[in-house]
Design a protein around this ligand. Structure first.
Ligand SMILES: Cc1cc2nc3c(=O)[nH]c(=O)nc-3n(C[C@H](O)[C@H](O)[C@H](O)COP(=O)(O)O)c2cc1C
Length: 382
């Protein structure tokens, strides 16, 4: 089956499973500990019921909208994900190009394989950059400056990873970038020949934003200890100030899941918050993103833009988040599965599937403009 034949994100996931070595496929398809929050993110979308309306003019529909003042062809951005260049060779560059052609924002992770400069070199419109705050502040300042120099139009500051949640699959798989060459790892790669061929054609196989930029990380042997020690457990609301000042552009806070934290973010000068639990990869047992969205919108939605990620697997899920008041959404695993399944064409297919599902669902709900969706399109008591 080619990516063009995939009808659902689940189809792309199965294609990716067959094309990407197990350790990297499972890096995407995993959550912390029992994976309860990872599952709840998806399952809770199914509990939200849509109001079907009939005999409404459905012509001239529009999915176009804005996120933080930027025009988007639909309010669905690509979420920042680490190791993306391990799902497919040069993965971040290909996904950024697919997003640009589709007219949606692409967010590059600090922990990407392709560097900020690599992605800049293959795109013509500004992309967004996600920042992890490391203890090595010089490295962080330099990273912010590099994102500025590359013309990034938003900084997405991730707040929910001051220490790492544990994913059992990664530990069992012995995940690393570049992969280790034990018999187990070699077997996983040998059984994925197309992935290997693509990988042999690129030199980008480790963390491109870090190696050669962080003090003491000139080569790969020093990298793993640096990354595991570097996330800053003391990061606080005060730090947002110097980050915001150094950056000087649009700022999005990622990882808010509580009304109180949402209210705290009002004074931070941020332009938007992302309701997120890191795709269920950090605090297992936390509530799903969609279940927290209505209260967070009620708490701050009239003063600040609220976005959502976590568990979106269809255009219907996007629509439900918009109905609850999100101005934008992000997809993590759906684009990773598309990328693993077929590189740039696979990411394009992911976006096409979501766009079509969003459009048809909106029409059958009796709406023609994505900006008009509201809680009125959902059942309150079904
Ligand atoms: C494989 C993977 C790697 C991720 N890496 C990062 C990262 O480097 N920085 C970050 O802020 N979030 C990261 N996330 C979280 C995503 O940005 C996003 O919050 C999450 O994927 C949304 O859930 P979804 O995958 O169900 O769409 C990662 C998620 C996945 C699945």
């Amino acid at each position: 089956m080619s990516v063009e034949q995939a009808l659902t994100i689940a189809d792309l996931k199965e294609q990716a499973r067959r094309r990407v070595p197990k350790m990297f496929f499972e890096y995407a398809d995993s959550g912390a500990w029992t994976e309860g929050t990872y599952r709840a993110n998806e399952e809770d979308f199914h509990k939200v019921k849509l109001r079907q309306r009939v005999l409404v003019d459905m012509t001239n529909r529009s999915l176009a909208s804005e996120m933080i003042g930027e025009k988007v062809s639909m309010p669905v951005a690509i979420a920042p994900t680490g190791f993306t260049g391990m799902q497919h060779a040069d993965g971040e560059m290909l996904a950024a190009q697919a997003a640009e052609e589709f007219g949606v924002p692409f967010t590059l992770s600090t922990m990407s394989i392709c560097s900020i400069e690599d992605v800049r070199s293959v795109t013509s419109k500004p992309f967004w950059f996600q920042l992890y705050v490391m203890q090595d502040r010089d490295f962080v300042l330099n990273l912010i400056d590099r994102a500025k120099a590359a013309g990034c139009s938003a900084l997405v500051l991730t707040l929910d990873l001051q220490i790492l949640g544990q994913r059992h699959k990664d530990l069992r798989n012995g995940l690393s970038a570049p992969p280790r060459f034990t018999p187990k790892h070699l077997w996983q790669m040998a059984t994925r020949p197309f992935w290997c061929l693509d990988m042999l054609g690129t030199k980008r196989r480790t963390f491109g934003n870090i190696v050669g930029h962080a003090k003491g990380v000139g080569d790969l042997s020093s990298l793993s200890s640096w990354t595991s020690e570097q996330f800053d457990p003391q990061l606080s609301w005060k730090d947002i100030e110097w980050i915001r000042d150094r950056w000087g552009g649009k700022l999005i806070l990622k990882g808010i899941l509580d009304e109180e934290d949402a209210r705290m973010s009002l004074g931070s000068g941020a332009d938007a918050i992302i309701v997120s639990n890191h795709g269920g990869r950090q605090l297992d047992g936390a509530a799903s993103s969609i279940s927290m969205l209505p209260r967070i919108v009620d708490a701050v939605g009239d003063k600040m833009e609220v976005h959502l990620d976590g568990g979106i697997r269809s255009g219907q899920d996007v629509l439900k988040a918009l109905c609850y008041g999100a101005k934008g959404t992000y997809i993590g695993r759906p684009f990773l599965y598309g990328l693993g399944a077929g590189g740039k064409a696979g990411v394009r297919r992911t976006l096409e599937i979501i766009r079509k599902e969003l459009d048809i669902t909106m029409a059958l709900c009796g709406e023609r403009d994505v900006k008009n969706l509201s809680r009125n399109n959902l059942h309150k008591d079904v």
